[in-house]
Design a binder for this molecule. Sequence first.
Ligand code: ATP
Length: 360
Amino acid sequence: MTSASTNDIEFRSVAKRYGAVTAVSDINLQVPRGAFMALLGPSGCGKTTCLRMIGGFEQPSEGTVFISGEPMNGVAAYRRPVNMVFQHYALFPHLDVEQNVSYGLKQMRPRIAGAEISRRAQEALEMVRLGGFGKRRIHEMSGGQQQRVALARAIVNKPKVLLLDEPLAALDKKLRTAMQIELQTLQRELGITFVLVTHDQEEALSMSDFVCVMNAGRIVQVGPPQEIYDRPASLFVADFVGKTNRISATVDGNASIELANGTRFAAPAINGTRGAAMVALRPEAIRLTRNGAVSTAALAGTVTHRIFLGSAVEYSVAVDGLGDFLVTADRRTLGDSELVEPGEKVGLAFDPNALHVFPA
Ligand code: ATP
């Protein structure tokens, strides 16, 4: 991910200011050709600003955005090999599906022959599995279908890069999950670079090859989804990507760690932390043990709530001296008969290597 020639998109020391507001700064990012990159972060962290600078709708205040190795300073949006799919699709309600898809092709100069325009629009509609829908009006299409029309319109002129700004935000959960799979499949089929903006961590993890986590106008971690989840670089990432338990602790000179309730562990990964620390522990890394079976447990507590999620069960456990812990139990390892009742005393067992230690 270093040389410009293998990257489709590169940000070099990019900052963007709006008057006194710094929207993003110190952005250095490479998106390899043909990769699916998600920009993930809370509202206002600068995701859309970065996307708009790739698209050419905004110009950096500092630094340079490259597309296929070419600096884009001063290059107008319509001259970039890039298309964008917006959250609200921005379809033309008075045109039918095919006219929506072919609109951009009709504006192109030199002109493209009518038969060719029609052929390409059909091809794009088939790519998004809307082959027979060309003559439908937009209001006759469901939310998910409108989403696909917007996608077809964005891929019809074969851009090198597709920018997606929260494209699934308007869909209900089930449809969104289905479209996540479709989008990923489409990206593989087309082989073009996708950059997706989302504040939904599940969406980012499930769809992309790389996740770029942003906070307060800066990039805080970039990597494959599993790496982001398993080895968060900061407490912010651990908290924002997936659920996590936070535990106050102290790291001593021998790299052993003492939790706020006095429980000690020998040297988990402490990330160079000394002194006051904050520990992150994933809910699914904890196993509940019952009654007498506390020999392997590191902590003791009492179940206060149980949330049945279907495929899993979430427990809230009040741990002596440390407050409430969230514990997720997988149904495959915990049959119905093993559901723990609120009020029960339990042990919390985990591998000390599952503790992620950060400076407090
Ligand atoms: P969201 O998920 O809410 O869309 P985001 O991560 O996409 O958020 P941006 O839209 O990129 O965030 O905004 C980043 C920061 O820049 C915010 O503080 C925002 O208020 C500010 N900002 C964005 N556009 C403008 C503008 N045109 N003028 C002034 N400030 C702006």
